[in-house]
Design a protein around this ligand. Structure first.
Ligand code: GEK
Length: 246
């Protein structure tokens, strides 16, 4: 197999010692397979990020893909902007992810030069003159107490009429429905070929790292940061994608 081909995610197949999940080189190698088999609707969300960006992008402004991993959202945006010039700032604090994204850029030809990669925490990034900002399954990894400051910073750096897209794993206030939707999600993962052991070990590894909130928590924070409108545009089980307009 060529060095850079995506590999199948077998990270949690064997019994392993407890330890928090990190976005290291091992995860980067299997990331595409992992995310497609782990997030219901991931490919729909990626496509729709491109469609929404096409509609809301303001010429000569900036686009930010925060927690970009291998740049799935950035490539979808480039594809949908169909040759309009733009600067997409793809930011991730995992060096392994950013290195792999740089390696893959030539596969996408000239247009990929519009993606500027930055290895840094999105909590330190400067956001300015932005008409499209993407947080696709990234906010959930920021400590909850620090999320408001990040959303406020994004709001400050956006142009009026710009769009923020936030996709997240979510929890539900109703205990019974929460259990139903999580069980349904685990069934989805089994259908995608993960064993019960893989599912439970991954869940344990993510416990202290990925902290989900309710849709109301997201709505309150986003509207409380100044955005003029908010809506959930996609949901499948305990995964949702939201849009907000400045
Ligand atoms: C996609 N958006 O394919 N600063 C920068 N990056 C961070 C931070 C931080 N503070 N914390 C976590 N990350 C992508 C998928 S994955 C989602 C996003 C998942 C990065 C982390 O290194 C990882 O690459 C990404 O956020 C989360 O559309 O794996 O569930």
């Amino acid at each position: 197999m060529p060095k850079n081909s995506p590999q199948k995610d077998r990270l949690f197949t064997q019994h392993r010692l407890p330890g928090d999940f990190v976005f290291d080189e091992q995860v980067t190698k299997v990331f595409e397979d992992m995310i497609n088999r782990s997030i219901p609707g991931y490919s729909t969300i990626i496509t729709m990020i491109g469609v929404l960006a096409e509609r809301y992008y303001q010429d000569n402004s900036n686009i930010f893909d925060l927690g970009c991993s291998l740049g799935g959202a950035s490539y979808s945006i480039i594809e949908h902007l169909k040759g309009r010039t733009c600067a997409i700032h793809a930011i991730d604090n995992s060096l392994a992810m950013i290195e792999q994204l740089e390696i893959k850029k030539p596969e996408f030809g000239e247009r990929a030069r519009q993606i500027k990669c930055h290895c840094e925490s999105i909590q330190d990034s400067k956001i300015d003159d932005a008409s499209v900002v993407i947080l696709n399954f990234t906010l959930q990894f920021i400590p909850p107490a620090e999320r408001k400051a990040l959303i406020e910073k994004i709001y400050q750096g956006m142009n009026p009429g710009g769009i923020l897209i936030v996709s997240e794993k979510i929890v539900f206030a109703d205990e019974h429905l929460n259990e139903l939707l999580i069980d349904s999600y685990h069934q989805f993962k089994e259908n995608m070929g993960y064993s019960k052991l893989e599912i439970s070990q991954k869940r344990t590894a993510l416990e202290n790292v990925l902290i989900p909130e309710t849709l109301d928590d997201h709505k309150d924070r986003i509207l409380g940061s100044g955005f003029s409108s908010f809506e959930v545009w996609f949901q499948c089980f305990n995964f949702a994608s939201m849009v907000a307009i400045k």
